[in-house]
Design a protein around this ligand. Sequence first.
Ligand code: 5AD
Ligand code: SF4
Length: 448
Amino acid sequence: MNQHKKFHLKTFGCQMNVHDSEVLAGFLEGLGYQEVDDVKETDIVIMNTCAIRQKAEEKVVGMIGKLKKLKRENPSLIIGICGCMVQQEKTAEMIKSRFPYVDLIFGTHNLHRFSELLTEAQESRETILDIWPEGKEVVEGLPISRKDGIKAWVNITYGCNNFCSYCVVPYVRGREKSREIVNIMMEVEGLAKEGYKEVTLLGQNVNSYGKDLGQGVSFALLLEKMGNIQGLERIRYMTSHPRDFNRELIEVISRSQKVCEHFHLPIQSGSSKILDKMNRGYTREHYLKVVADIQKMIPNSSITTDFIVGFPGETEEDFLDTLEIVEKVRFDASFTFIYSVRKGTKAADMPNQIPEEVKKERLYRLNEIQNRISREIHEVLKGSIVNVLVEGFSRENDSYLTGRTRTNKLVNFTGNKEIVGKIIPVKITEAKTWSLDGEMVQETVRKR
Ligand code: 5AD
Ligand code: SF4
């Protein structure tokens, strides 16, 4: 019989949260717990929540409601809620009073105290609620439970100073704080030694890395230094801010053998008027110039983006500017969102909020165009040979292996498990909107 106590972790939202959950899992495994998929089998359930859009919050509230039955059946079950959602004003209190069977509520700034908080929750009959309004300093040396041994997330900054007018992140993740460059380098060197092939550097705005440290370090410098790490094959990063994406950085990336030729540059809108209202700090022309520089200096790069449709005051004309920029840039893919009102942000109080039906209709039109373009770009790749870092078996069909190109395209192909974790050449045989099918070949291709 398995003597281990068990935990179940449910993560909502972005990569930052996914990585925070690796820290929570690290703590729990250190305490002797084992992760399980089935919530019915567990001793601890933790929900790491997201606040970026209303829908994400509704999902969490629905799921907490469902846990009531489990708690009744197993009163010693510990239920913990953490992450961005509870970091918002009054939300933690709302959860505590509406769902009194929740044992522990903690925020984004005190993750490092998780072990102590868990013990308190296990010993108390009351809900333990601990939310810090702001992070103190960056805490190093947290346990991280990484699963695949191939790709790793690595934090470089926490928080955001940008205050885009629609966005809740600066309120729930606090002000920008960079990790010391030596600590980041040490972590990545350690990962490379363990056999990791790829890292993704994480920050709300990676381009401002180092500004708060006052040591003359920058994101470009970090990428340059990281390029020398033996064994590491690929470096990715997210998320970039188009305002801060300068030529120096593009040059560093173009010289690097390891930084991938994929640029995720969230544009949000194609209208300079809306970008100004969003407080994005760049115009449509600036964005197009950054894209032109990338395309000139690093040909065959992929460019992906995020869009918000239906921002307050967005007219049909503004929206047509968005559609036009999609055709102009020909993004490889776009993550498209309907504007969601976030309490406490500037845009929440702006006039001319857009009706839901109009937002939905705009999203549909945008997706139609983007999907066509993604498919067209993929069609051109048919017959070509690409280098794929093999990640494992495909989730949909386990007779297929799956991996990504340097340009971050998902490729499914047949092969054996010995090649998992290796970079191998694959010939593209089929194009789909969101992925490519291929077959392993013997030829080698250029490093890129
Ligand atoms: N409504 C809709 N989408 C949003 N995003 C951020 N805030 C909101 C909001 N209030 C989107 C942006 C961002 C992505 C992570 O989420 O496009 O780039
Ligand atoms: Fe939000 Fe803007 Fe910061 Fe991104 S840069 S996290 S959109 S405030």
